[in-house]
Design a protein around this ligand. Structure first.
Ligand code: OAD
Length: 246
């Protein structure tokens, strides 16, 4: 296993670095992860009742309100030292680091990270449930929850990827291309059990990149790692990226 000075050296020598992030990077901001056995979102709620198209069609108001409450919650928290360390590193090393995230909370973007690839969409945007017709205008909606087209009743839905749905094609293709080309991938705060996102780390390792895992617990991607840092990303990332924690 390599240590912090090895990883710093790889970071300085690398041409392309990918940070593949999951819910754990936002934990220190106060956003719950999904699979923590006590506090995880999926320990409290059944994803099949909230995070599928079928659930939305069956109970649109309930699902809409649940996502609205999550959006309010993330709007009240701030990016943490982990998000900020990544965005500072990217700013100081133009063109070297791309963040590919599974998170829908927008905290990387609010930390100033440019060019974030959001594999699972965003809590901050919504979209049409059914393909938009000519009458569907997002500026003219009913006042219901969820809002709908007053002419045809097409509803707005959260702009997140639900279970059983494809990832946004261009985002996934770009992420796969980056995974195949990078010299170093930092796998941060993800359990590594959700595909195709987790497959990006396998792709990077198979293509010869060094994979470094940052996670206080073991993850399903540890077998790929040349180095595992067992700590909170808000502590480890500022150290690894040689920045002061703020
Ligand atoms: P999980 O909840 O599955 O995993 C979160 C990971 O973060 C775990 O491995 C924790 O050990 C780790 N962790 C906890 N605190 C941390 C900290 N302070 N610093 C670093 N790591 C920490 O979340 P994801 O892997 O992101 O999908 O889940 C993947 C996808 O499953 C999500 O994007 C979501 C969910 O269903 C969609 O919404 C489509």
């Amino acid at each position: 296993m390599s240590d912090i000075s090895d990883v710093r050296q790889w970071l300085s020598q690398a041409t392309n670095v990918v940070a593949l992030t999951g819910a754990g990077i936002s934990a220190e901001s106060g956003v719950p992860t999904f699979r923590d056995s006590q506090t995880g979102i999926w320990a409290k709620f059944d994803p099949m009742e909230l995070a599928t198209e079928e659930a939305f069609r069956a109970h649109p108001q309930r699902v809409w309100q649940w996502y609205a409450s999550r959006r309010d919650m993330v709007g009240r928290v701030e990016p943490n030292a982990g998000h900020l360390a990544l965005s500072c590193f990217a700013e100081q090393n133009p063109g070297k680091l791309t963040v590919v995230t599974q998170n829908v909370d927008g905290l990387h973007q609010r930390a100033g990270q440019k060019g974030v690839i959001a594999l699972h969409g965003s809590l901050m945007v919504d979209t049409w449930l059914n393909p938009a017709k000519e009458c569907c205008n997002p500026d003219h909606l009913t006042a219901e929850e969820p809002p709908a087209c007053p002419a045809c009743g097409n509803m707005r839905r959260p702009g997140v990827v639900w279970f059983g749905e494809n990832l946004p094609r261009r985002a996934l293709e770009r992420a796969q291309q980056l995974a195949e080309q990078c010299d170093l991938m930092l796998v941060i705060g993800t359990s590594g059990v959700v595909y195709p996102a987790a497959g990006l780390a396998r792709m990077a390792a198979n293509a010869g990149a060094s994979v470094v895992v940052i996670n206080p617990e073991s993850s399903a991607l540890d077998d790929l790692a040349v180095s595992c840092f067992r700590g909170a990303s808000a502590i480890v990332l500022p150290e690894l990226l040689a920045l002061q924690s703020s």
